[in-house]
Design a protein around this ligand. Structure first.
Ligand SMILES: Cc1cc2nc3c(=O)[nH]c(=O)nc-3n(C[C@H](O)[C@H](O)[C@H](O)COP(=O)(O)OP(=O)(O)OC[C@H]3O[C@@H](n4cnc5c(N)ncnc54)[C@H](O)[C@@H]3O)c2cc1C
Length: 456
């Protein structure tokens, strides 16, 4: 039986950064992966959706080329080529991760792992079964789509995000159950390539968790872009009839070619099935203490498998925090400022408290605002719908920011740094923002909170 200092299960954005960090530190590290290096994020999540959204955005711009004084005639698309490009993107990045693990000296085992008592793991693959032991084991097993019991199971018609990412054709009509990030991103991808998309969200707003005023403002934007969206509405019945989807929505029976079940994700706990080890749970997640240790000494867990936002950057942050703890580094890690992004067009990003949360907590907030329609770079680029909204507390500290519009996912880092590092507004305002840039919209919003915006 091989023995390691550290054995990690799952090579996603939680597992592989921990593996490389500890191997570079000198530990003897192994990682087990049953699918592909990069995990859900690279193979079935963040990256493939962004590759498809990139094609969708380019297509939209080509269709509207005249807005930039350009002529693009006979604009069209080739779905197979779009999907092939997505695969090339994934493959390129996956090879990079595999090479990085190899260069760091991490041993990669391919197969399905089961946790056994006594810090042992059995790895089963088509070729063989091996047992591995380690001083420390870290479960970075991620998550899988959460499908409520009783939902239809024919995945050729009732898709999860995995089937949507493998679609051979663009369906004529697509029902998406769930108006969260995954539902909206897929909605925009398929709608832009011709699907008639209907999104049904049971909560009163799209993107539950987003500042409600912003969600309300964005609803007509997505509807105008061609999405049919129901909020505060459940799909009352869902079934298959003659190879098509039937769904009752607001009392009406409707037919669709496919349905995408985008109702969230749950931790992947198959590692614990049948191995004889049980761990304390925190709801549906593996319970861990402040050092990521589970109820079993020497067994740790990070990423989507433990409580917290199910996001790739939070998973990698867990990995870096745990590596710092093990390397004895005194670094302050907090989870106060975890940004969230939606990569639709327009993009949406937020961090910290929403206005609703601040008011519910009784925190007096000063709201700053700036429109991209007053931003030179956005207007010049022909992409000026949207705004930056900032929330500062009585002491002038930024406690939340919501951005929708061009490059929102890149712009959110500035408010994330200010709120995480607790830099007060008056100091932040001494920082020079280059002109013309979209980042000026953020400094204008901050200035508007104290009535000092140049353009507001
Ligand atoms: C469609 C979609 C889009 C997304 N877009 C974004 C986005 O834009 N931004 C963002 O931040 N997040 C996004 N996410 C979420 C993001 O993918 C996850 O938060 C992230 O991948 C979690 O990382 P992880 O390492 O914890 O788990 P995972 O990435 O799920 O990796 C876990 C790995 O463990 C392996 N594994 C599990 N059990 C075993 C076992 N028993 N034996 C061997 N291997 C095992 C799995 O095969 C997997 O490769 C998206 C998710 C989806 C589904």
């Amino acid at each position: 039986m091989s023995h390691f200092d550290l054995l990690i299960i799952g090579a996603g954005p939680a597992g592989y950064p921990l593996a490389t960090a500890m191997a570079r530190y000198g530990s003897k590290v192994a990682i087990i992966e049953r699918d592909s290096a990069g995990g859900t994020c690279l193979n079935w999540g963040c990256i493939p959706t962004k590759a498809l959204l990139a094609s969708s955005k380019q297509y939209h711009q080509m269709q509207n080329a005249q807005l930039w004084g350009l002529k693009a005639e006979q604009v069209g698309f080739d779905w197979t080529a779009i999907m092939n490009r997505k695969e090339v993107v994934i493959k390129t990045l996956r090879q990079g991760i595999e090479k990085m693990l190899q260069a760091a000296g991490v041993t990669l085992f391919r197969g399905n792992a089961k946790l056994l008592p006594g810090r042992n793991v059995r790895v089963e693959s088509v070729e063989n079964t091996v047992e591995i032991s380690a001083e420390r084991i870290c479960l970075a097993t991620g998550s899988v789509p959460s499908i409520p019991a009783g939902m239809p199971v024919d995945r050729s018609i009732f898709w999860t995000s995995n089937e949507a990412l493998s679609a051979a054709h663009v369906p004529e009509s697509l029902l998406i159950i769930g108006g969260g990030v995954i539902g909206l991103e897929f909605g925009q991808i398929f709608s832009s390539f011709g699907s008639k998309v209907t999104i049904v969200e049971m909560m009163p707003q799209i993107l539950p968790g987003l500042d409600s005023a912003t969600a309300k403002r964005l609803l007509p934007v997505f509807k105008k872009a061609g999405l049919e969206i129901f909020t505060g509405q459940k799909v009352e019945a869902l079934d298959e009839e003659n190879g098509r989807v039937t769904a009752t929505i607001a009392g009406q029976k409707r037919f669709f070619d496919k349905a995408l079940l985008a109702m969230g994700r749950r931790p992947n706990l198959s590692i614990l099935e049948g191995g004889g080890v049980s761990l304390n749970m925190d709801g549906r997640f593996i319970a861990v203490n402040s050092k990521f240790e589970t109820s079993e000494p020497g067994i740790y867990a990070i990423g989507d498998a433990i409580p917290g936002p199910m996001l790739a950057h939070k998973a990698s942050y867990d990995a870096m925090t745990l590596a710092d703890i093990w390397r004895g580094r005194e670094i302050r890690h907090t989870y106060n400022s975890v940004p969230a992004c939606v990569y639709t067009h327009p993009e949406i990003a937020w961090v910290g408290l929403s206005e609703d949360e601040a008011r519910a907590k009784g925190v007096p907030v000063n709201v700053g605002r700036s429109l991209f329609s007053a931003n030179g770079k956005a207007v010049a680029a022909g992409d000026s719908d949207g705004q930056v909204k900032t929330l500062t507390d009585e002491k002038g500290h930024l406690i939340g920011a919501i951005i929708w519009g061009p490059e929102a996912s890149n712009l959110i880092i500035e408010p994330t740094m200010l709120s995480e590092l607790k830099i007060p507004n008056r100091e932040a305002r001494t920082v020079i923002h280059p002109h013309p840039t979209l980042s000026e919209a953020f400094s204008e919003a901050m200035a508007s909170a104290s009535g000092e915006a140049v353009h507001g």
